[in-house]
Design a protein around this ligand. Structure first.
Ligand code: NAD
Length: 474
């Protein structure tokens, strides 16, 4: 697919909206523009928030309707899985099967929140009074997403926000607007006008959303740098904020680990979605005695995995999503090599599709030390440094030393021993003998600079509510 079939439109107040200006959308597998998306004007953004505010008055009232309509959304989107997946692969780069999996995850999240029971919480029931704590929706939500999982991450926001009774204005990344706009088009036939509005545009549009007077809650997923700007923009109006930001997850391999048994899972914990996962393994700490075996086991997989256009059958890793990210990954690896690191696999761009696509060879690096950018920073791409350690306590201290605190994992033949180490990691999720295992019921969020608040589970929904105490005297 090289051309989008019909021009993508925004959904505002339940109707289609194009814009006078547009943004180009590039297929990262070819490096060429294949479609345009509307560049939402400030007046159109006002209209989107106005329609969300109007719809809120009715939408907040009837919980049974909301549950039914969340299920109807899941059904409508599932019925269009193939169309959505093709568009997602073309703008994002991921293999088609994974794009279809992303659509399925959306349905799973919608169904989970439709089914979720929110218990009544009674804090007092005696002869002097009865007090109940209820959770009320907040109002129109500004939802802003990045380009790595445009749909999954949108519905980590939409499903709980809608279930709780809020309405939404959703803005995807300018690199991947089309799948979100298609979702908005499909949901026009399912949801009342104004409940979900989808707008597209550049970063400036995100800033306008976070400053918009009608937005009562901001749910943001993206980089730490932008997250800080979002928090600052929310402050004057005291808008509620949830931030899901970057990570630099470490996998700590213990000295009793069985390298052949863990290598596959560890590799995919780092390279799923071509490493463009906030909570991917981004550095591995391994005892010196296991270092060479582990590096070779990972390097064999990196050399053997099929890289290419995600639309091609059998491809496991697509291109990096966009040129700046491709340059960043290339730059971090080049810097590490210049400092004396060695590439056990990869270490260079890949020339595929005539050399225009953003393909990078899956890279395993040795000899990169703590204190160098590839180890300390978030690479967010297909390059993984493997760092040896001598003392486990020292490795834990090194892992905890940075500003990130999203996830981490510990790998061992003894899960109890691994669990003791996992509990010492300053992270939102500490996995044992796995990484990236996520579920709708499991809260996901980061410590330190990796975020504020959580998504998923009842806790994620609570982030779209405010408490109210109803206290009756007796
Ligand atoms: P980004 O911060 O550049 O952009 C994210 C979104 O914010 C985009 O829609 C962008 O247009 C918008 N935006 C940009 N400037 C804005 C502003 N001033 N105000 C409001 N919105 C603005 O991030 P990205 O490059 O798209 O995504 C990669 C980053 O996202 C990585 O750091 C990754 O770790 C992080 N991420 C985190 C999670 C998580 O759940 N913790 C999940 C996926 C990605």
């Amino acid at each position: 697919m090289t051309q989008a079939s019909s021009p993508a439109t925004m959904t505002i107040g339940g109707t289609a909206h194009s814009a006078t200006a547009t943004i180009d959308v590039v297929n990262p597998a070819t490096g060429t523009v294949f479609a345009q998306a509307p560049d939402c004007s400030p007046a159109q953004l006002d209209a989107a928030f106005a329609s969300a505010a109007t719809a809120f008055g009715t939408w907040r009232r009837d919980e049974d309707t909301r549950r039914d309509l969340l299920r109807a959304c899941a059904k409508a989107l599932t019925a269009r899985t193939d169309d959505i997946a093709v568009l997602l692969t073309t703008e994002q780069g991921k293999p088609l099967a994974e794009a279809a999996g992303e659509v399925r995850s959306v349905a799973a999240w919608l169904t989970y929140y439709a089914d979720l029971e929110i218990p009544r919480e009674i804090t007092r029931d005696d002869k002097r009074g009865f007090a109940e704590v209820v959770r009320r929706p907040i109002g129109p939500v500004a939802a802003i997403t990045p380009w790595n999982f445009p749909l999954t991450l949108a519905f980590w926001k939409l499903a709980p926000a809608l279930r709780a009774g809020n309405t939404v204005v959703l803005k995807p990344s300018p690199y991947t607007p089309l799948s979100t706009l298609l979702v908005g088009e499909i949901l026009r036939d399912v949801l009342p006008p104004g409940v979900v509005n989808t707008v597209s545009g550049g970063d400036r549009l995100g800033a306008l959303m976070t400053a918009h007077p009608l937005a009562r809650k901001i749910s943001f997923t993206g980089s730490v740098e932008t997250g800080r700007r979002v928090a600052a923009a929310a402050a004057p109006d005291l808008k509620r904020v949830t931030l899901e930001l970057g990570g630099n997850d470490a996998a700590i391999v213990l000295d009793d680990a069985d390298v052949p048994a863990i290598a596959d899972k560890l590799f995919w914990g780092a390279f799923a979605n071509n490493g463009q996962v906030c909570s991917a393994v981004k550095r591995v700490y391994v005892p010196r005695a296991l270092h060479d075996d582990l590096v070779e086991a990972l390097a064999v997989r990196a050399r053997g995995v099929r890289v290419g256009d995600g639309a091609t059958e059998g491809v496991r890793l697509g291109p990096v999503n966009n040129r700046p990210q491709f340059d960043r990954v290339s730059g971090l690896v080049a810097d590490a090599l210049a400092r004396g690191a060695t590439a056990a696999a990869g270490g260079h761009p890949l020339e595929l599709s005539g050399g225009q696509g953003y393909f990078y060879a899956p890279t395993i690096l040795t000899g990169a030390e703590d204190g160098t950018p590839i180890v300390d920073e978030e690479q967010f791409g297909p390059a993984l440094p493997v760092v040896p350690y001598t003392e486990l306590d020292d490795a834990v201290d090194r892992v905890n030393a940075g500003h990130f605190g999203l996830g981490g994992s510990v790998w061992s033949a003894d899960p109890d021993r691994a669990a003791d180490v996992a509990a010492r990691l300053d992270v939102g999720t500490a996995w044992i003998n796995t990484h990236l295992a996520l579920a709708p019921a499991q809260p996901f969020g980061g410590a330190k600079w990796s975020g504020l608040g959580v998504e998923n589970g009842p806790w994620g929904l609570y982030g779209f509510t405010e408490l109210q105490v109803i206290h009756r005297a007796r």
